[in-house]
Design a protein around this ligand. Structure first.
Ligand SMILES: Nc1ncnc2c1ncn2[C@@H]1O[C@H](COP(=O)(O)OP(=O)(O)OP(=O)(O)O)[C@@H](O)[C@H]1O
Ligand SMILES: [Mg+2]
Length: 459
């Protein structure tokens, strides 16, 4: 709109300037026609030096409204006749600007052609404003009409612009709305793709899981074989090595050495036997082919009956073993399996302890009514993030020194045994302070009723 107005104003001004130029041109034409018309009589008057005739001529010339002065000079340049008048109406600023501020002078030499002599000069002065009647009016008209035209043009342009833009915007909006209408379709397609992707992912995951599951027994088998071959080879090598030494006569003369060799062969044999027993146990329990003889068992009695064997195991590493039995209540358990767990706990408490350390084997009542058999040691402890995994088969914690033998089966067997008896196994441990391994078992019915009896008031 503003641009259209400016364009309109520029056009109007250009039109006015053109008009003014034409007016100035017209002034020259006008002056020429006066000089043409008055030239000959003025020349005659000047030739004759007829000042009366010359005067009449210049006065008659003033009848032209544009003429403000007319003068005839003789051949010497002296005024023969002169007539002048002042403009009736002072020019406006606009007229002054466009047409000029003062009268414009035109002159012509006067000649008698037949005699070929110059006789004088005719001088006229024209008022450009008076010579352009209606110029000011025309200027205003041009300006106003220009502005009007430009305003109309501006409106027209705005309308066209709006029409085009609106149309485009509408079309755009329509396409957006149609896109929005179609969006559900695309979204549905997207959803379908998402769904498909999800299904593919699900099936891939399921497949991967299935593959992993299918491979799991193989993996377990490989881990088992790797662990076993190492664990079996160590005692076997010891047996073979010491037996060969004796065969070759080494240490035969030295009874002490011979006995020590034989002792090593025997302990390696036992270790091998224990390992084979563990493997057998583990595979039997895992296959579900082991039967539990659940009966009322006293945890305190179990400890007491095995204490000598347990003390001996601990003593091998100069570890003192104490008991802390705070309850004599009976639990539901398989006595032999319970002893197996206790033996495993104490063996570990010795293996992963420091020489001169301590072990406490105890029984305590749990707040939930169960009985806890526990083995507490002052050993290396287990990092918190590994406490759960050590109950899995063939898993050993980072606390193992390279020379501590083990297949990582003991606790896995204990867990399966504990759970087979309806109990729970667990461990509390602090690195460098020690660990407490425990198994919680259900109270026997007799113990439960005797608890009730002791709790009920005496009649
Ligand atoms: N009392 C304990 N103190 C510290 N770490 C222990 C203790 N008991 C078990 N652990 C850790 O748990 C791991 C698993 O024990 P687990 O008895 O199952 O296997 P193992 O002792 O290594 O071998 P084995 O099959 O001969 O028993 C051990 O290797 C050891 O790192
Ligand atoms: Mg062990």
């Amino acid at each position: 709109m503003f641009i259209a107005l400016v364009i309109g104003a520029v056009f109007a001004i250009m039109q006015i300037l053109l008009d003014a130029r034409n007016e100035r041109k017209d002034l020259s034409v006008h002056a020429k026609s006066i000089l043409d018309y008055a030239g000959l009589p003025a020349a005659r008057a000047a030739y004759r030096l007829d000042d009366v005739g010359a005067h009449e001529l210049v006065v008659s010339l003033l009848s032209d409204p544009a003429l403000v002065k007319a003068e005839i000079l003789d051949e010497t340049g002296l005024t023969l006749a002169r007539a002048a008048r002042t403009s009736t109406k002072p020019p406006s600023i606009l007229e002054q600007l466009l047409l000029g501020s003062g009268a414009e002078m035109f002159a012509r030499d006067l000649r008698i052609e037949q005699a070929n002599i110059d006789v004088g000069t005719l001088i006229i002065e024209l008022d450009p404003v008076a010579a352009a009647p209606g110029f000011q009016q025309r200027t205003w008209n041009a300006l106003l009409s220009g502005l009007l035209k430009s305003t109309i043009l501006a409106f027209l342009l705005t309308a066209i612009f709006q029409l085009i833009i609106t149309k485009r915007v509408t079309r755009l909006a329509e396409s957006f709305s149609s896109a929005a209408k179609h969006k559900p379709k695309t979204a549905r397609r997207g959803d379908e793709l998402d769904l498909l992707e999800e299904r593919v992912l699900q099936s891939t995951n399921a497949l991967a899981k299935a593959v992993i599951e299918a491979q799991a027994p193989n993996k377990t088998k490989s881990v088992f074989l790797a662990s076993m071959s190492h664990e079996m080879r160590t005692p076997l090598n010891a047996i073979i090595g010491y037996a060969e030494a004796l065969e070759m006569g080494i240490g035969v003369d030295n009874i002490e050495r011979r006995n020590s060799y034989l002792k090593n062969i025997s302990s390696a044999g036992k270790q091998l036997n224990r390992l084979l027993g563990d493997i057998l146990d583990f595979s039997k329990i895992e296959a579900g082919s082991i039967e539990f003889e659940i009966e009322d068992v006293s945890l305190a009695e179990t400890i007491r009956s095995d204490i000598q064997q347990l003390e001996e195991i601990a003593a091998e590493r100069q570890i003192s073993l104490k008991t802390d039995i705070s309850t004599e209540e009976m639990v539901r358990a398989d006595q032999s399996r319970l002893r197996q767990i206790l033996l495993n706990f104490v063996t570990n408490a010795t293996k992963y302890n420091f020489s001169g350390g301590t072990i406490i084997v105890g029984v305590t009542a749990r707040p939930d009514g169960q009985q806890r058999l526990y083995v507490k040691d002052s050993g290396s402890g287990i990092p918190p993030n590994q406490i759960q995994s050590i109950f899995e088969p063939f898993v050993r914690a980072d606390n193992n020194l390279p020379d501590i033998p083990g297949a990582g089966l003991g606790l896995a067997i204990c867990k399966m045994l504990a759970e087979g008896m309806g109990g729970h196994i667990g461990c509390d441990s602090v690195v460098a302070e020690g660990s407490t391994f425990w198994v919680d078992l259900k109270l026997s019915a007799s113990s439960v009723s005797s608890r009730k009896d002791s709790a009920s008031p005496i009649a």
